[in-house]
Design a protein around this ligand. Structure first.
Ligand code: KIV
Length: 270
């Protein structure tokens, strides 16, 4: 087993990410606050301040009610904690329904945080929005496949790329985003054949989540991958630790020690 111990020493830029396609897998995790961003600093290429925070951080059922103000607040916190990864602010549902709103809201993201890019969900139908943003010097990470912001209109979370017609349609989405100037694309919840076909079809990096091994990088939601979020676990989530269990066990030790008047002992007393 090999353990990857290399720390990232330099600020990751859009150029760094572009150069990694086909050369070195890109690592991305989500973060919502400075504490965790600091832990991830120097250990991942990219941090996404995902609107998934609406579920894992705020306890809501889906991502749809996240607001621009929330995304800015959490991105500011992440930027305070991490300096090296490329930081992306996820544009919330309703903040980019037309070009004017998209440019206004993404400009806020740039002016009020140090994020280097924004992410928007949608394929060919959103290419005009991506173009409006990139024309205004705002870097865009696309997001295709299973798109959580389409939950209600799609009637649930649906795995994509199950047949050739759908794979072709996803490839068209990816190419449209590339032509509109997106610097990379998140590909979520697709069959691994689709993940590979999309990756092979574009010259910009693809970052998979539930898209198999052949994408140019991988992203996971931190609270899923470290076992803190327990409401449900999608098949693609590998839990690298049992966060919730660790917290519960140690909280139990603390409460027992307080109840039994064992904490604070002399060592922790002035
Ligand atoms: O909001 C989020 O965390 C995301 C990832 C699942 C890619 O969009």
């Amino acid at each position: 087993m090999s353990i990857h111990t290399d720390k990232i020493a330099k600020k990751v830029t859009l150029t760094t990410i572009a150069k990694m396609k086909g050369v070195e897998p890109i690592t991305m995790v989500t973060a919502y606050d400075a504490l965790f961003a600091k832990l991830f600093d120097g250990n991942v290429d990219m941090i996404l301040v995902g609107d998934s925070l609406n579920m894992s951080f705020l306890g809501k059922e889906d991502t749809l009610s996240a607001t621009m103000n929330q995304m800015i607040y959490h991105t500011q916190a992440v930027c305070n904690g991490a300096t090296l990864p490329l930081i992306v602010l996820d544009m919330p549902f309703g903040s980019y329904t037309n070009r004017e709103d998209a440019v206004r809201n993404a400009t806020r993201a740039y002016q009020e945080t140090n994020a280097q890019a924004v992410k928007i969900e949608g394929g060919k139908e959103r290419a005009n929005i991506v173009k409006a943003l990139t024309d205004n010097s705002i870097a865009v990470l696309g997001h295709i496949g299973l798109m959580p912001q389409f939950l209600r209109s799609d009637g649930g979370y649906k795995i994509r790329g199950k047949d050739k017609t759908d794979i072709d349609s996803l490839i068209e989405d990816a190419r449209a985003l590339e032509s509109a100037g997106a610097f990379a694309i998140v590909v979520e919840g697709v069959k691994s054949e689709a993940g590979k076909a999309i990756t092979d079809a574009v010259n910009i990096p693809t970052i998979g989540i539930g898209a198999g091994i052949d994408t140019d990088g991988q992203v996971l939601v931190w609270s899923d991958m470290f076992g803190f979020f327990e409401d449900f676990k999608p098949k693609f989530v590998k839990q690298y630790s049992k966060g919730a269990e660790i917290i519960r066990e140690n909280l139990d030790r603390y409460t027992t020690e307080v109840k039994e008047k064992k904490f604070p002992s002399k060592e922790f007393t002035y």
